[in-house]
Each structure stands twice: as structure tokens, then as C-alpha cells.
Design a protein. Structure first.
Ligand SMILES: Nc1ncnc2c1ncn2[C@@H]1O[C@H](COP(=O)(O)OP(=O)(O)OP(=O)(O)O)[C@@H](O)[C@H]1O
Ligand SMILES: [Mg+2]
Length: 335
């Protein structure tokens, strides 16, 4: 199970288009996919034909009203996708949560709660807003991976330093498992000298993190949201569909960072707990009265304490060394 935030603070680079169509392409390949729209512009929600003003159980209620994520998730039958829609009220969430304790972790906790009952999910994708605020930080804290769509145009790399810095800060303070695992060239005008030059520049900076697949400029991709559909159900034979299916294959083939699923909720009721607390405690017999027929097994306690291993839940203290692995990330075994 992989949790991936699709983020670039630059606007209009193809974040929403990529979340919608990569998600739909993976779903078409039989994967179980949840898309989360955490952008107050709610473009992903609109992309699938849902009105973000009338949806009454959304990611806003999860963030600001302490509601479970399961209540917000909708099943999109045509696309075979799950979607947690956004709401325009999300624009005020930052202010509403200004004094809330642990406000950067609300979405991570909500996702963990959802995963306890949906352990067969393969992918969660966040469509992030084009900003560096609390909503983006919530998505980056909830994810293990970041995909960065990058338009292959002049100045494409400008401002990327800021993005890399933000991700490093989230890693240090909130989520030591986070890594950029995919740079996605989008809106590519293949064949032009400029596209080739920008491509070479991106590869020089990010090496093998750059996807082999490039998402070409294709008007069908821009038309699909107007019909409330992904490119796969709107124009399945278009270049756009071809590119996102190729990207889905590449995403499937890469190792990625797999989430260690949270332990299931213990199946114990409040009554059970109270009954245990109230029932008289039965102490084991003292050694003197122990019968020779049934000696206690001789199993001395270990003399040395167990090795300490940092919990993945607790953030690393500032300045602590980053975990090992590619991109400095501890790679848990595939789920
Ligand atoms: N490969 C493509 N070919 C043609 N049009 C595209 C392509 N990718 C995206 N678009 C169009 O470009 C515009 C911006 O794309 P998109 O909304 O996905 O960007 P974004 O990064 O999510 O923007 P924002 O930062 O505002 O959230 C949209 O109108 C979309 O339909
Ligand atoms: Mg968007």
C-alpha cells in the first residue's frame, strides 16, 4: 500500500490531471485506489462531476469537524475509483485550525483510521493545492512518497529549491519516511528543442527519479473534466490515455515506499475493559506453596534491555540523522 502526495507549489503544472488519470489508469489495471482532494479549489472533485458546494461529507469535515474519512469517501462506479471530495470551505481550514493541537497530523490519523478497515487498498493519492500551507503539510505528513509534476518549459526548475527544502523540513520535523520518488514531466511538447533541453536539465538534477514516461500535451486531457470523466472513460484511445497507462505501468514497476499498515483496532468493548478492571485479581501462588508437580518454567528475564528502535510514529528530534536507504528512506518490506 502506497500513499503518495502529488505536489508542486507552482500552479497549473498538471497535479490534478495526473491524480485523476493516473488513479483511473491504476484502477483500470485492477488496483484499489483512493483519491483525496485536499485542495480548496476542488478541481479533482469537479473533474469527477461532484459539486464541491453541495457535498456535505468531505475532507473539510475530516479536517475541521473530526469526522472519520470513511464518511467522506465516495465510490465512482464508472471509474472504479474511491474519491474523498473537497469543499470550498476548506479555504478557511487553515484559520479554523490555527490553535488545534497536532493540526499537521489530522489527515495522517484519518488515513490510518481508514486503512484499518480497508487493508486491501493499493494506492492513496493526494491532490495538493499549489501552496505551502497547512493543507499541503497535512498531505505531506500523511504520505510516504511525493510525485512532482513538472512542466517541460523554460524556468521549469525555478522555485524547485523551495519545494525540496519544504520536503526536507517535513521529513525532519513531522514525517521521517517522506521522499520524492517521482518527477513527472508534463504538458510536454515532444520534438521541440526546448522540451529536449528542459528534459536534459531535469534529468541532470534528479537523475533516475525522473519518470521515463512523459505526459504529452493532449487536448483530450483538458476536455475530460468538462465531461466529469477520466481520460480512460472519455477518450480511451487518445495520447493522454496512452501516456497515463504507461505511467501506471511505471509506477507499478517501481519499488516505491510501502506503508506499514496500522494494527487493527482491538476487538474489545468498553464493557469488557470495565469487567476486567472490576473483576478481583487472582495472584499466582507464592513460590513456597508451589507444588513440586507443577514448577514454574525457568525462564529468567533477559539481562540486557531490548534494543531501542525509534517508532515510525514519533518524529525524529531536530538534527537527528535521517534514516538510511535510497533517498535516505527506510524501505519497509512490500505489503
Ligand atoms: N497533458 C496535458 N495536455 C493538455 N492540457 C493539460 C495537460 N495536463 C493538464 N492540462 C490542462 O492544464 C490545466 C492545468 O492542469 P491541472 O489543473 O492538472 O494543474 P494543477 O497543477 O492541478 O493546477 P493547480 O495548481 O491550479 O491545482 C488544466 O486546464 C488541464 O486540463
Ligand atoms: Mg490542481
Amino acid at each position: 500500500m502506497r500513499v503518495i502526495a502529488v505536489f508542486n507549489h507552482k500552479g497549473g503544472v498538471g497535479k490534478t490531471t495526473s491524480v485523476a488519470n493516473l488513479g483511473a489508469a491504476l484502477a483500470q489495471k485492477g488496483k484499489k485506489v483512493l483519491l483525496v482532494d485536499i485542495d480548496p479549489q476542488a478541481c479533482l472533485t469537479v473533474h469527477f462531476g461532484i459539486d464541491p458546494e453541495i457535498a456535505d461529507d468531505t475532507i473539510y469535515q475530516v479536517l475541521c469537524k473530526d469526522r472519520p474519512l470513511a464518511g467522506a469517501v465516495q465510490w465512482l462506479e464508472r471509474e472504479k475509483l474511491h474519491l474523498a471530495p473537497s469543499h470550498l470551505d476548506l479555504a478557511g481550514a487553515e484559520l479554523e485550525l490555527a490553535t488545534a493541537m497536532g493540526r499537521e497530523r489530522i489527515v495522517r490519523d484519518a488515513i490510518d483510521g481508514y486503512l484499518r478497515d480497508h487493508r486491501d487498498l493499493d494506492y492513496v493519492f493526494f491532490d495538493c493545492p499549489p501552496s505551502l500551507g497547512l493543507l499541503t503539510i497535512n498531505a505531506l505528513t500523511a504520505a510516504e512518497e511525493v510525485f512532482v509534476p513538472l512542466q517541460t518549459e523554460f524556468l521549469a526548475l525555478r522555485g524547485l529549491g523551495k519545494l525540496v527544502e519544504l520536503i526536507a523540513m517535513v521529513r525532519r520535523r513531522l514525517n521521517p519516511n517522506l521522499a520524492i520518488t517521482g518527477i513527472l514531466p508534463t504538458l510536454s511538447r515532444t520534438g521541440t528543442l526546448l522540451a529536449r533541453e528542459v528534459q536534459a536539465e531535469i534529468t541532470k538534477h534528479f537523475g533516475s527519479t525522473v519518470f521515463q514516461t512523459r505526459i504529452r500535451n493532449n487536448v483530450r486531457l483538458a476536455e475530460a473534466p468538462g465531461h466529469g470523466r477520466s481520460i480512460l472513460t472519455y477518450a480511451p484511445r487518445s495520447k493522454g490515455a496512452e501516456d497515463y497507462l504507461a505511467l501506471a505501468d511505471e509506477v507499478e514497476a517501481m519499488q516505491g515506499c510501502h506503508r506499514v499498515l496500522p494494527a487493527p483496532e482491538p476487538e474489545i468493548s468498553v464493557q469488557d475493559i470495565l469487567a476486567q478492571v472490576e473483576s478481583p485479581r487472582i495472584d499466582p501462588p507464592l513460590p513456597e506453596s508451589r507444588s513440586p508437580e507443577s514448577p514454574l518454567p525457568e525462564s529468567p528475564l533477559p539481562e540486557s534491555p531490548l534494543p531501542e528502535s525509534p517508532s515510525p510514529e514519533s518524529p525524529l528530534p531536530e538534527g537527528a540523522p535521517l534514516p538510511s536507504g535510497s533517498n535516505g528512506v527506510e524501505q519497509p518490506p512490500p505489503a
